[in-house]
Each structure stands twice: as C-alpha cells, then as structure tokens.
Write a protein of this length. Structure first.
Lengths: 117, 110
C-alpha cells in the first residue's frame, strides 16, 4: 500500500459527460501528479500540483482540468468525454517539488479506470 | 512523448532464470528510476540511480547506468513467478518530472 488513495476505482460513463477523479496523497507529501495510461500512448504525465499551486503541465487536454485543495487532496476533472479518453488515470505524490524532486521517488495510487461508452 | 524506451517489449522466462531489461534515453539526465506495475495496478518504485552512479543493488535487483551510451539495464536475478509485471524506466530529461517509457512486460513461468 503506497498510502495514496484514489476514488472511484472504476467509472463508466457516456461520451459528452463530465467526471471528477479524486486523489489523496501520502501523508506529508505536498506534490501531486496526474498521469493517464492507455494502451497506445503509454504512461503520459498530465499535470503537477505542489501545495495547492500548479507547478508543471504535460500532455493535458483543454477539456481536462485539475486542482489541489488546502487539505492537499486533488481532483482531476474530465469534461466533454470522448471514447479516446478511456484509460487508467493515476495519481502520484512525492515529498517535494522543483529541483529537489529529482531525487524523490513517486508513490502511485491504485488508479481509476475510466471507460467512456 | 516517451523519452526512456525499454527493450525488449516483452520477455518470457522460467522461474529461477535471470531477467534483463534495458532502457535507452536521448538527452542528459540527473537520475533514472525503475518502476514495476502489476496488471491494472499502480506503479511501485524499485530503484533510483543518479547520473554519477554506475551501479546499484537492491535485493535481487541490479541496475546499471551508462551515461556515455545513454542506457540503463535492470537485472532481476533468480526470478520468481511473483516478479511477473511490467517494468518501466523513468528519466528526468530536461525537467524534474519523470518521463516514462512504454515498459517491458515480464512473464515468469513457474
């Protein structure tokens, strides 16, 4: 158990809908990362938050947004869903951010499997 | 886009044999990490090797790093059926955000 929790485990929805994925980082970790894993694209970094502020953006679509709350949990919002958004969405946390994060391992949650029908 | 690329894509061995996976990357790095992912589960950190290190051990795992060749290898000795998983390398090329490859799928037959 990594200490990172994600809800829900599974989500099945229809195209055009909007969903919210939730992540609670490991106790004490200030950085939260979101990743999308699909069969054809592999593990893609989406976005990072550190202590409530956005720190880095990766391959995140404009239809997707995220935020990190004062209690450090994070939510990833996916809207106008398309079939191609079906994937595993992982949240990871680490102790720090910026240059010191280079030497920090990331702790991954169990993921949310999103199926868009 | 993937920076670290693992090779082979898939590997099938018998229990007790050694498994070697390779990772190649494109630009200079500060560190390289290896992760394991059991089917449908989250990634688990295995080992981090810094750019000024050449070899690291952790239990049955041995990681080497050759910065001149921009490559790393992960050796699992005396493999077990429980080692069946996908293995990913992650590099921090140009950024502190680890960039993952597509992984090597390892199957260890009992």
């Amino acid at each position: 158990d990594s200490g990172v929790t994600q809800t829900p485990k599974h989500l099945i929805t229809a195209t055009g809908q909007r969903v919210t994925l939730r992540c609670s980082p490991r106790s004490g970790d200030l950085s939260v990362y979101w990743y999308q894993q699909s069969l054809d694209q592999g593990l893609q970094f989406l976005i990072q938050y550190y202590n409530g502020e956005e720190r880095a953006k990766g391959n995140i679509l404009e239809r997707f947004s995220a935020q990190q709350f004062p209690d450090l949990h994070s939510e990833l919002n996916l809207s106008s869903l398309e079939l191609g958004d079906s994937a595993l969405y992982f949240c990871a946390s680490s102790a720090s951010s910026g240059s010191t994060a280079r030497y920090n391992e990331q702790f991954f949650g169990p993921g949310t499997r999103l199926t868009v029908l | 886009s993937q920076q670290g690329e693992e090779d082979p894509q898939a590997l099938s061995i018998q229990e007790g044999e050694n498994a070697t996976m390779n990772c190649s990357y494109k630009t200079s790095i500060n560190n390289l990490q290896w992760y394991r992912q059991n089917s449908g589960r989250g990634l688990v950190h295995l080992i981090l090797i810094r750019s000024n290190e050449r070899e690291k051990h952790s239990g049955r795992l041995r990681v080497t790093l050759d910065t001149s060749k921009k490559s790393s290898s992960l050796l699992i000795t005396a493999s077990r059926a429980a080692d069946t998983a996908s293995y990913f390398c992650a590099t921090d090329e140009g950024s502190y955000i680890p960039t993952f490859g597509r992984g090597t799928s390892l199957i260890v037959h009992p």
